[in-house]
Design a protein around this ligand. Structure first.
Ligand SMILES: Nc1ncnc2c1ncn2[C@@H]1O[C@H](COP(=O)(O)OP(=O)(O)O)[C@@H](O)[C@H]1O
Ligand SMILES: [Mg+2]
Length: 221
């Protein structure tokens, strides 16, 4: 489902060059739950952004669902991304002064799903993350864990096959982190989502079936 072959990523030019990825090859199957670990600056986020079609590699080949995405232009990548991929970040990225329902509806507004169905789709994933009782609340009225649940619902609303999460528990206490990881477990086990999650905590990574370790822009074994 996901294949990277000898992917490199260089930021900047000349004296300012940073080799963020130095030849990464990787295969992830449909339905896998993978954790990416490694020290700060080892290239984890860069790899996640490339896997998630949020950024392009400098060289190498990348396939998604059997399609060579390295050859696609930005519009084609964006279309593929919106249709297949969901994202959750450490900092929630919710719209302030906008309630849970409207935050979760946002991706639907940029999809080809008819407006009359938006409410139903949004309510369904809000229920799935256990936040139906907070549907009218704004982010400022929610706890950190609840905010992350909203972000997860928003990532789910277009029913992506793959969910990418960059340190999703990085701003949460350990009890709340555990609850959020239980939600990821459920998405993986009960709903068959492929999950690719970055963390630097062993107990978070323990939820995954496979751990990929990075160091200095390479995968180490
Ligand atoms: N947009 C960027 N411009 C320049 N350098 C970057 C950029 N993003 C990341 N880097 C550099 O690439 C390397 C890998 O970064 P990153 O993938 O964010 O690491 P990690 O997520 O493992 O902490 C670091 O040296 C970082 O400074
Ligand atoms: Mg990072």
């Amino acid at each position: 489902m996901i294949k990277l072959e000898n992917i490199t990523k260089i930021f900047g030019q000349g004296d300012n060059e940073t080799h963020a990825l130095r030849g990464v090859s990787l295969f992830i199957e449909k339905g896998e739950f993978v954790a990416i670990m490694g020290p700060s600056g080892s290239g984890k986020s860069t790899m996640l952004h490339i896997l998630g079609l949020l950024d392009s590699s400098t060289a190498g080949e990348q396939h998604l669902h059997g399609e060579l995405v390295t050859a696609l232009d930005e519009d084609a990548k964006a279309a593929l991304r919106n249709k297949n991929l969901g994202f959750v970040f450490q900092s929630f990225n919710l719209l302030p002064r906008t309630n849970v329902l409207e935050n979760v509806k946002l991706p639907l507004m940029y999809s080809d799903i008819p407006a009359k169905n938006w409410d139903t789709h949004a309510r369904k994933v809000i229920e799935q993350v256990g936040l139906s009782h907070r549907i009218d609340h704004e982010p400022s009225q929610l706890s950190g864990g609840e905010k992350q649940r909203v972000a997860i619902a928003r990532a789910l609303v277009l029913q992506p096959s793959i969910i990418f999460a960059d340190e999703p528990t990085g701003n949460l206490d350990s009890v709340t982190s555990g609850q959020i990881m239980e939600l990821f477990d459920e998405l993986h086990q009960a709903h068959g989502h492929t999950i690719i999650l970055i963390t630097h905590e062993d107990d978070i990574a323990a939820h995954a079936q496979r751990i990929i370790r990075m160091h200095d822009g390479k995968i180490v074994v």
